[in-house]
Design a protein around this ligand. Structure first.
Ligand code: ASP
Length: 417
């Protein structure tokens, strides 16, 4: 009986092979300019580009179909309200988890790392993020085509929602035509997503081995306790808080749901980008986890952009760690400020690699810590980025199931995974 190995196993094996091959090649002295690494880079780049290629048409068409399908603006508002509430509640839970754990472990107390890093950037430069007001005002695009072309997800989604709502004002014949076209584009994108998902094992292998050759395990040593603190927080949120919410609100088994979403989760881990993973997340939620088109098309694109529990948790722990390293005791009020600014910063974080580190500067500013302090934790950001992105995507997926249940849908997880 020959049955193809399940996709998530293929991806996991590719990841392990990637680590082995990457570390082996690093020890054999392959550097970033060798032909072998060039091949890996090519594979990784093409995979990432294929993933990104379908995001804009997918988001645009799916949001229009979903919003126009929901019907009146009041219903869109209600579903938006529930979705927003879910995003905020889970982000707050994540940050509070991070805050408790960092206060318990105190990874930065007595650390010499500030001296080693000289408090400086060690040759790295850090961009300053825009202020929160600029981020808020950017929600409304000046030109929707420009927003789409620039991969500006929040304003593209805003325009698509408004477009979908106003499509309901058209005469039925026209409305059907517009929605049919959007639906057709959406279906084509989903077919492409199904094809790209099959390439995931190869793409993941290239990404992971390339990363291993570039960084190895070295970076871990000096910042071990900090990495462990963030990881414990993320694992707690991933394995306890979110599954509990899923189970209570939907009655679905978290393990089965995680299995259904696993190709997307593993891709999130390897790419460190919720945006690049979005097509996979939608494909898994729809085809494997059985969440309706209407809900997943509405909740997931928005979630990939604004709902970042993992990022919020990480930013909170990182800021507290930096304060500890500098020997600064943040008061209770300052810690509350950290909690609120972290949730806001995570909402404004772009769904691309390392964006969380950049946005963290907002939180550092809010409590009077220097932006350059991010230089201290830069070395280990990649592995934390991978883990927090996986948590971000998991929270989006659980959100889709929770909102589907709130809309009275039954979630039917596919039995053949
Ligand atoms: N890489 C994360 C994401 O795409 C954002 C971050 O850097 O925290 O979800």
């Amino acid at each position: 009986m020959s049955r193809r190995m399940a996709l998530h196993w293929q991806i996991l094996i590719a990841m392990v092979l990637g680590i082995i091959v990457g570390i082996g090649a690093r020890n054999l002295g392959f550097d970033m300019s060798s032909a072998f690494v060039f091949m890996l880079r090519l594979g990784a780049d093409i995979f990432l580009k294929l993933l990104s290629m379908i995001v804009v048409p997918l988001v645009f068409s799916s949001v229009i179909v979903s919003v126009a399908g929901i019907g009146d603006a009041a219903h869109v508002g209600r579903m938006g309200g529930k979705t927003g509430a879910y995003y905020l509640i889970t982000s707050f839970l994540a940050v509070v988890t991070g805050l408790l754990i960092v206060n318990l472990i105190n990874p930065g107390v007595g650390s010499e790392i500030a001296k080693i890093a000289g408090g400086g950037l060690g040759g790295h430069s850090i961009q300053t993020p825009e202020s929160l007001w600029t981020v808020l005002s950017r929600i409304v695009p000046r030109n929707p085509v420009e927003a789409l072309a620039n991969f500006d997800m929040i304003s593209s989604i805003f325009f698509a929602i408004v477009f979908g709502i106003f499509a309901n004002f058209l005469k039925p014949r026209r409305r059907v035509l517009i929605v049919d076209i959007a639906d057709g584009i959406f279906e084509i994108m989903m077919h492409m997503a199904r094809f790209i998902i099959k390439l995931a094992p190869i793409g993941v292998f290239c990404l992971v081995s390339k990363l291993m050759i570039a960084t190895g395990f070295l970076a871990f040593k000096s910042l071990g306790l900090y990495v462990i603190t963030v990881m414990i927080g993320l694992i707690f949120h991933f394995c306890i808080t979110l599954p509990f919410i899923l189970w209570v609100r939907t009655g679905v088994s978290p393990i089965r749901f995680a299995k259904a979403m696993s190709p997307a989760l593993l891709t999130a881990f390897s790419t460190a980008s919720s945006a690049a993973t979005l097509s996979m997340t939608m494909e898994c939620a729809k085809d494997r986890a059985g969440v309706s088109d209407k809900v997943s098309s509405f909740v997931l694109p928005m979630g990939a952009t604004v709902n970042m529990d993992g990022t919020a948790l990480y930013e909170c722990v990182a800021v507290m760690f930096i304060a500890q390293v500098y020997g600064i005791d943040l008061s209770f009020t300052q810690q509350i400020i950290v909690v609120f600014t972290t949730v806001l910063a995570s909402i404004g974080t772009a769904a691309v690699p390392h964006a969380g580190l950049v946005m963290m500067v907002i939180v550092l500013n809010a409590v009077g810590l220097p932006a350059e302090a991010t230089g201290i934790i830069l070395a280990v950001d990649r592995v934390l980025d991978m883990t927090r992105t996986m948590t971000n995507v998991w929270s989006d997926s659980v959100g889709a199931a929770v909102i589907a249940a709130a809309e009275g849908e039954r979630i039917k997880i596919s039995t053949v995974l």
